[in-house]
Design a binder for this molecule. Structure first.
Ligand SMILES: Nc1ncnc2c1ncn2[C@@H]1O[C@H](COP(=O)(O)OP(=O)(O)OP(=O)(O)O)[C@@H](O)[C@H]1O
Ligand SMILES: [Mg+2]
Length: 346
């Protein structure tokens, strides 16, 4: 990646985007694969690496790679005899390389139990190849175990795909806590972004949740939303990325827009400086700048304050909303009240 500052062109190592949400089936893998392919599509000279950190190995399967050995698991366990470079597949998708997963990753927490500083392992192995890529995208499984912790420590951006459903908001609070912890302890410049997936703008609860999130989290919520799309749903069956097999579809357009939006956000001062902090000594920001980055991150880490939803929410779009003109903040509270009442009556 390149940017110009004070007339000087700076080249720096790949931006690392970690895609995570402990909730299953929200579109993490779909986002990881399609974001990687879209990035490579928009910037044809770029090189993108996708690291599959999920024992389900769904991203690897979308690249046509199954049961890979060696895999990222072997690298994390013994990076000296199994360097990162040795597992990378370069023939999977055009301009997108893959570091495949293996189901053994499910036992990673136990395997690394007595390894001191294990949260740093992924960051260290990525550092050995980072200079060769423009973007590195990490797909994570549906948990907040050691694999996700490593991803958060290694990343510049924690991208949280989220379906616009009331219960998903509580999940967002959980993942946000992990992001915050990673920032406080090991990665002060980590930035959170939320992207709404399987979004249907005709459903009132979806638009209300989107509005509330934007009010609460501001710029942390991507403007781009990913629509529910049959083309994306067929991703695993078709293999590869939607931008290849259905380039004019809504799904392809959305992921291309998301890649552009994230790249633009990377142009923001905070992120530039966070990447600079990883660079050569000449690029390391001074202590004052570093403090400013940390302060900016803290102020952008506004809590997701949401109503507690104790009742199971029935599948319905008929929600009780506040009267017209009330702010979106109140709309979500009303939404939860309305659905709770419905739930209680059942
Ligand atoms: N925008 C979308 N429109 C329609 N279907 C989608 C969309 N995004 C994902 N899907 C489908 O939803 C299912 C779950 O998606 P995906 O595997 O990406 O989720 P995940 O968060 O990675 O799941 P897991 O937590 O199990 O890893 C898949 O069948 C996928 O094809
Ligand atoms: Mg997945």
């Amino acid at each position: 990646m390149t940017y110009v500052c004070n007339g000087v062109t700076n080249h720096f190592a790949a931006m690392i985007i970690s895609i995570l949400n402990q909730k299953g089936g929200v579109g993490k893998t779909t986002t990881a694969v399609n974001l990687a392919a879209s990035w490579a599509h928009i910037f044809p000279d770029s090189r993108v690496l996708l690291i599959d950190m999920d024992g389900q190995a769904n991203a690897s399967a979308m690249f046509g790679v199954r049961g890979a050995t060696p895999s990222i698991y072997d690298v994390l366990l013994d990076p000296v005899s199994r360097p990162m470079k040795s597992i990378i597949r370069t023939d999977a998708l055009p301009h997108v390389d893959l570091a495949p997963a293996h189901r053994a990753l499910a036992g990673l927490d136990n395997a690394l139990l007595d390894v001191i500083g294990r949260e740093l392992l992924l960051k260290e192995v990525i550092a050995t190849v980072r200079g060769e890529y423009d973007a590195i995208i990490v797909d994570n499984g549906p948990s907040l175990g050691i694999a996700s912790a490593m991803s958060l420590v290694a990343a510049d951006i924690a991208l949280v795909p989220m379906q616009p459903q009331p219960l998903a908001l509580e999940g967002l609070q959980q993942v946000s806590q992990s992001i915050q912890m990673a920032r406080q302890r090991l990665n002060p410049t980590l930035r959170r972004l939320v992207v709404l997936t399987m979004f249907d703008g005709r459903k009132s609860h979806a638009t209300q949740i989107a509005a509330k999130l934007r009010l609460t989290l501001g710029d942390d919520v991507c403007q781009t939303t990913i629509p529910s799309s049959a083309d994306l749903e067929r991703g695993l069956l078709r293999g590869g990325a939607v931008v290849s097999y259905a380039p004019r579809s809504g799904g392809a357009t959305a992921y291309l827009a998301l890649a552009r939006e994230i790249e633009n956000k990377a142009d923001s001062t905070v992120l530039k400086e966070s990447v600079l902090a990883e660079g050569s000594p000449a690029r390391v920001p001074d202590a004052q700048t570093e403090q400013r980055i940390i302060r900016q991150n803290k102020s952008s880490d506004r809590e997701v304050r949401l109503p507690k939803i104790k009742t199971v929410i029935p599948r319905t779009d008929k929600v009780t909303t506040s009267s017209k003109g009330k702010k979106a903040t109140n709309a979500l509270v009303e939404l939860s009240k309305g659905t709770s009442k419905q739930g209680e009556r059942q």
